[in-house]
Ligand binder design. Sequence first.
Ligand SMILES: [Zn+2]
Ligand SMILES: [Zn+2]
Length: 633
Amino acid sequence: MPTKKERGKLRKASKKLAADNNGGVNVIELLAKVRKGDNKTTLAILAAKDSSVLFNKQSSALVSIALKFLRRCESDTFAEVMLDIGGGDLICPSIWLKILFRAIELEPREEYTNCRRQIVQSIGPLIRCMCNDTTRLFFKSNKHWRDTIRSFVGFIHNMIHILVNSDGSKGLDILEILLNYEGLLTTITQWSFWKEDHRPDISNELVDIEGNKEIPHWGRKATWKVITAACKLDAEDKRKRLDVIANMPILNKSYDSTCQVSFVIGLVRIMKTDRMVGDFTALRTLIKESTYVGKDLITELLDLGLNFTPNLDDAKHIASTFSALMLRGIGDNHIAFVIRGGMFEMCLAFIERFGDESCEKETQQLVFDFIDVALSDISKLAFHRKTWKAIEAKASTIEENLAAVEQKPDITNNAKCNELMDMIRCILNINGSYCCRCNKSLDRSDMKHCNGCNTMTYCSVTCQREDWFNGGHKLTCNKPYSCEIIGVFQGNVSETETGEVDTKELETNISMIQLKLFLDNADNILSQASVLAIPLSDCVVGFDLRQCPYAVVVMACTECCETSEMATAFDKRSRENITCLYLTGIWSVGESEGQSLGMQRFFPHEWLKKQRIDVRVLPKLITSLPRSRGVDN
Ligand SMILES: [Zn+2]
Ligand SMILES: [Zn+2]
């Protein structure tokens, strides 16, 4: 890829060669001239229109000459080499690299790969010189390094491109030989960062030959090709190669030994201002196939999504990149981090910006699907410790954002947007801290726990005592589930093995929300019960919190008692109460599906009818209930 000035020279030289050819100059003589370092002839061969014929017939000979010269690039100066061949008048050693460049371009792609193999096997010294980007010496000269680097990057980029795109495994075999040169893969990935802000030293040096723009682009393109090729390796080698790339520091250690920024992070940062075709595909592959899943990656991706997403198409790419990350099965820790980093804000921003009717439907649907999955994933973990706290911390901000989006008729008229916003509302709604007795909203600081089980939370000693004596907690505190007491038992009623997952935190978080869910759905419960036409005390209200938005189903208790023991136990229940069953998923590493936690709770059905009273009146209502005496917990 010669510059304009060089192209001009080449054209002139090629005309000269054509003239010479007419004059009967033969191939053997031409080769002899190249071997002697004749500048005009070498230039002419590179430029001649019919040089492909020459290369086809004599490529091996030409390549051998160039390789012989280039082998000395570490040990000798250019002048010394010229002297040895009898004083050629070549101007710059980069011309030999250009011969290699032409040879790999012109070699038929499918027939054989001899020439490419020959080159790759013999360019160790060239690679060592050109990859040393701190001393920057080629034939012991900084000037020659500078004059050659652009051709070298172009050459490597082109070589990789050709090898990856060739049919069969031969090309990939040669690519492996190439990538096995120590330091080459590192350098290829680091080329992407040869820009003013990361490598001002090199960038400034290359400004006038436009190397500061092209080299980072070619480097990135070459890296994408290496990633594509890595996907054709067997599973273990693929993972290893992609791990190396993802974790590669973006700066040469000899330039900056403290650099902690990995390639995958550096890439997302570059993508904020300078996006190239293939960036997202490569990023997704790295996220899917390498073991890299840092919090810094989540932070950068959210920033990209929130602040550098100019259009719907980019939103789609961000969405699918995030999906790749979420599919890795990130747990409570990471989901909490995703929320704190701004996932809700990003989803809402996408709804607000790309939710109206004018957007292209198919792409819009993909973005919507992602938001749906992301919110469902968050909702699955909503009762887990860190996710729970993260949602709580974000709740007021998100409510404000929601209110702002609700002002836009373009968005609220779209059914799917409303559905997604309902999901967000639902997640915010099943979060927060409440007194298990009076439903008063609690700050973590003024929350009191039952001393026995640590699961029930109260606003005051009064509520704690009320729940102990009149809410039946005395009978059930710390009691493990058994089938016989199903009708009179409150707490964890899961029969599935929960394995290593500690459900204590889940139980506390779900307990806090039970009364709120019960009262929030009073109308719904009453109307479902009236359709069933049975007394409230014979109803079981099921809250399926595994769905987002959660589902509320009222059933006859006879439907829930699978055995006669359960039916007998159920008969002993208090007729003042209605039985509520709360189902939620349990997330654990590697097993995100299948496990669930069931919690049972009773509430006086009287409370349903009184829910229109401000809930702050409830404590008074409760203290007016009859109290037992003389028992304390
Ligand atoms: Zn209370
Ligand atoms: Zn307790």
